[in-house]
Write a protein that binds this ligand. Structure first.
Ligand code: NI
Length: 255
């Protein structure tokens, strides 16, 4: 069974068919899903999803594009929800200098604060980092992220030299639909370089659909396209990729 390490089923893109879609995942070979929070609203929505579906777990945290809504109360709510028996990680948290929705100082402040919750609550973290390679790596090193309870650099988009740094810290790379894009040379190099034991599969649904569904709404049903591409790149069987990435995610999340 495939392990989906990163999806946003609370997103309004699923309002029309959320229940039918989620109910169909297991019969299509998707064994486990981690629903990842992005906004303040998605905290409660994620709790509802993990309480409604036995195979859905949750990551609680606020995305760098949404940290304008952050304050000490929200931070304490994240801490409290992280103790929910089905909350497996703090995320997604990090830095996004592509959209630059908030100042770098504000983004860094809340990234550090949420990483501290991950440390104190002994939870893995799920990091979003876009066009912010240097600052993300510096904060990860400053906080000794490698000594924490592990974590994922989600939708990994940097070159091999940066991947090496995170892999040396014992962290995982989250790889999704971008891997199937013909122009994704850099990510294909990273996928070839990284040990399969440090890769987890993800879709980031509803975003980033793989080829042949690029541009359409994504769902975990598209994970086999990503697993196939990764198997081709690494010269491994499809089953090996599915089994090892599933074991990786279960180990990291303690499932
Ligand atoms: Ni995401």
């Amino acid at each position: 069974m495939i392990f989906e390490s990163h999806a946003h089923y609370d997103d309004e893109a699923f309002d029309d068919d959320r229940e039918a879609l989620l109910s169909s995942l297991q019969e299509s070979g998707i064994g486990t899903v981690v629903n990842v929070c992005a906004s303040v609203d998605s905290l409660d929505d994620t709790v509802r999803l993990m309480e409604a579906y036995p195979f859905v777990y949750g990551a609680v945290g606020i995305h760098p594009d949404e940290v304008g809504d952050m304050d000490e109360q929200v931070l304490e709510k994240i801490r409290r929800l992280s103790r929910h028996p089905k909350a497996v990680a703090i995320g997604e948290i990090g830095l996004d200098y592509h959209w630059d929705t908030h100042s770098h100082d504000v983004q860094k402040k809340w990234f550090r604060a949420q990483m501290e919750i991950a440390r104190q609550e002994e939870k893995p973290f799920i990091v979003h980092s876009r066009d912010a390679a240097e600052d993300t790596l510096n904060i990860a090193k400053e906080l000794r992220a490698g000594d924490m309870s592990g974590g994922i650099i989600h939708c990994f988009s940097y070159p091999v030299e940066i991947a090496r740094e995170y892999l040396n810290m014992g962290l995982y790379l989250g790889i999704g639909g971008v891997l199937t894009f013909p122009n994704a040379r850099k990510l294909k190099e990273v996928a070839a370089y990284a040990p399969l034991e440090q890769i987890v599969l993800e879709t980031d649904s509803p975003y980033l659909s793989p080829v042949p569904h690029r541009g359409k709404r994504n769902s975990s049903l598209n994970l086999p396209y990503i697993a196939k591409e990764l198997a081709n790149i690494k010269g491994l069987s499809y089953d090996q990729v599915v089994d090892v990435t599933c074991a990786n995610a279960k180990k990291l999340f303690g499932l």
